[in-house]
Design a protein around this ligand. Structure first.
Ligand SMILES: C[S@@+](CC[C@H](N)C(=O)[O-])C[C@H]1O[C@@H](n2cnc3c(N)ncnc32)[C@H](O)[C@@H]1O
Length: 274
């Protein structure tokens, strides 16, 4: 088990690269809960700048191995610079689509997916594929948000709807602990567990205030081109709402950050992709 002290020490060793602080916090907590063990083979799905992969590499030690996959060459470039700067030898970054990976069944002991599951075009199919890549007894861990979390722009969605603008729900398949458990079970995972934590522990007020700008740039919010300018016009209304004392109280009370774990049964035969 990784302790908080260990994690803090590991964090101080990770080279500083450009990444959002909230992503760093989420990634660190995800890795802590997944508790990689010495010698494990780990796949980090949608590795981005490699934050989850690099933390994990420290924990699996020299006898372990981490593969980080992402389809963005730019992200992998930053990740590669980070491992070079940090002298991390047991990580390999591969440019690939996480939904069509071609590893042999049972190749990994642990699969991690930090801040990225909603980007998959078919979440149930992706989870089935990743299940097939785990060895029997292997485990999967990802993080996601409550459907009505402030961290997924829920307040902007409500305000936009009043003006006839649709802002998509991010990650509907994993928007509640029940749905997280159900989607894991449907993909073949057993013993699903959801650790729900304070939203405010991971997301700053400053980030919540930038949701109007974020939503128009990020495909997850599904803003149609003709709605971009009308949504931008709602910025002041949204900022006033997110800064209001009653909303600040609700943000502080929200338990919307989910860390989700599932296991592949140790009795599972090595199944085929699909
Ligand atoms: C918000 S970032 C998360 C990065 C990292 N896991 C972290 O926690 O900091 C999402 C990443 O998912 C990647 N991504 C999205 N869909 C993908 C897919 N189908 N295959 C591989 N990478 C994907 C993007 O390129 C991006 O780097």
């Amino acid at each position: 088990m990784t302790t908080n002290g260990q994690l803090q020490r590991i964090l101080t060793h990770v080279p500083t690269i450009s990444r959002g602080e909230h992503q760093a916090r989420l990634a660190a907590r995800l890795v802590q809960l997944a508790a990689p063990r010495i010698g494990e083979r780990v796949l980090d799905i949608a590795t981005g700048t490699g934050f989850v992969a690099i933390l994990t590499a420290r924990l699996v030690g020299e006898g372990g191995r981490v593969v980080g996959v992402d389809f963005s060459a730019g992200m992998l470039d930053q990740a590669t610079k980070a491992i070079e700067a940090g002298g991390v030898k047991n990580v390999e970054f591969i440019q690939a689509d996480a939904e069509t990976l071609d590893y042999a069944p049972g190749s990994f002991d642990l699969i991690l997916c930090g801040n990225a599951l909603p980007y998959m075009s078919d979440v149930p199919a992706a989870l089935r594929l990743w299940h097939s890549l785990l060895r029997p007894g292997g485990r999967l861990a990802f993080n996601c948000w409550a459907e009505h979390s402030y961290a997924t722009g829920h307040l902007l969605r409500v305000i936009a709807a009043r003006h006839g603008i649709r802002v998509a729900v991010v990650g509907p398949e994993t928007g509640s602990p029940e749905r997280c458990r159900a989607v894991l079970a449907a993909a073949g995972f057993v013993r699903p567990a959801v650790v729900a934590e304070s939203t405010a522990a991971f997301v700053t007020a400053g980030r919540l205030e930038t949701f109007t700008e974020m939503a128009v740039k990020n495909k997850l919010y599904g803003i149609t081109p003709s709605d971009i300018n009308p949504l931008c016009d709602l910025r002041d209304e949204y900022i006033a709402a997110i800064q209001s004392p009653s909303v600040t109280d609700s943000i502080n009370a929200e338990v919307g950050a989910y860390f989700v774990l599932g296991h592949k049964s140790s009795a599972s035969p090595l199944d085929e992709h699909g």
